[in-house]
Design a protein around this ligand. Structure first.
Ligand SMILES: [Zn+2]
Length: 344
């Protein structure tokens, strides 16, 4: 029986030695130390032994169990350490490798320009207002002193949806809506940026959809000089402190008098070049004093209130400011174009 135990021990130790995985090791543990294992079997047969032999064999059996268990534990620790080593090796990160660039988005050039203009006017005390892009004939035309039959209402210029609904052709209806909504006819000082639509054929300078920003200031004693001051600040803010402005007489149905504002050409400093068509001036926007009829239709007494309004195209401003030569660049969204204007 003693030899049997010793043979079992060396057999088990050899298997522990050659085990290469934790699973295999667990198999050895179950086979030799389990309840149905050979050592348990030997111990069960101890009843047949003499009183002298029993403690000797019992001690030996426990020793053999202890040796096998210790060998298994030691091997297990070895395998685990090896596995950890291997895992660390495989998951090693080379911190010196260059990283993969993360693509970062940025605001569209047009969005940046609109926000820049908004910031300026907020600083001058103007509110930002918005209105619907599908507009009624009344607010788009009638309330702005463009009665039915007016040449500017030509069907060619507008996208009509029904007889009375159209895609707004300018942001001016927001002025009429804002004045109309004012209770007790308080002063109005706002700008309204937004998309507008005209039946134009798209080319380098025309688009059937473009952006406008309109401004309106109505209060008691608003004068033409106030308009000039605001426009001068705007021109210098957008195009540089050394820009000068000039106002030329013009015509719009909703303002009287009406003006076009030019800025001095930055390219030639007023001397005349191809950009300014040899005039030294570049046309930027239209403006004027709010027509008394428009004030009246919105419920403001033109004898008490006066106001100015202006309207501009952020596309044109961006094109002049950044030398963009085709309005379609704003809408075709070629990333090679857009990324040039992302601010870091
Ligand atoms: Zn010029």
């Amino acid at each position: 029986m003693k030899e049997q135990l010793q043979a079992l021990e060396s057999e088990a130790l050899a298997k522990v030695e050659t085990a290469s995985s934790l699973q295999e090791l667990q198999g050895v543990r179950v086979a030799y130390l389990g309840k149905k294992g050979p050592i348990t079997e030997v111990l069960r047969g101890m009843g047949k032994l003499s009183a002298e032999e029993r403690p000797v064999i019992g001690e030996l059996a426990n020793k053999v169990r202890g040796n096998i268990a210790a060998a298994i534990d030691e091997k297990k620790a070895g395998i685990e350490a090896e596995q950890l080593e291997k895992q660390l090796e495989e998951e090693q990160i080379d911190v010196t490798l260059p990283g993969r660039p993360v693509a970062v988005g940025g605001p569209h050039l047009l969005t940046s320009i609109v926000e820049e203009i908004e910031d300026l006017f907020i600083g001058l005390g103007f509110e930002i207002r918005e209105g619907p892009e599908v507009e009624t004939d009344y607010f788009n035309f009638e309330a702005l002193n463009l009665p039915k039959g007016h040449p500017a209402r030509d069907m060619q210029d507008s996208f009509y949806i029904t007889e009375d609904l159209l895609l707004r052709t300018h942001t001016s209806p927001v002025q009429a809506r804002t004045m109309n909504a004012m209770e007790n006819k308080q002063p109005v000082k706002m700008i309204c940026p937004g998309k507008v639509y005209r039946r134009d054929t798209d080319d380098a300078t025309h688009s059937h959809q473009f952006t406008q920003i309109e401004g309106l200031y109505v209060d008691k004693n608003v004068r033409m000089s106030d308009l000039k001051g605001v426009l001068d600040r705007f021109a210098k803010h957008m195009f540089g402190e050394d820009r000068e402005i000039r106002l030329r007489p013009s015509f719009f149905p909703f303002t009287e008098p009406s003006v076009e504002m030019d800025i001095s050409c930055k390219m030639c400093n007023g001397k005349g070049c191809s950009v300014c068509k040899r005039t030294g001036w570049i046309e930027i926007l239209g403006a004027g004093m709010v027509h008394p009829r428009v004030l009246e239709m919105a419920g403001y007494d033109p004898k008490v209130y006066s106001g100015f309004a202006f309207g501009m195209g952020p596309e044109r401003i961006a094109m002049l400011k950044y030398g963009v030569d085709d309005i379609r660049h704003f809408y075709t969204n070629d990333l090679r174009f857009l990324k040039q204007y992302h601010k870091a």
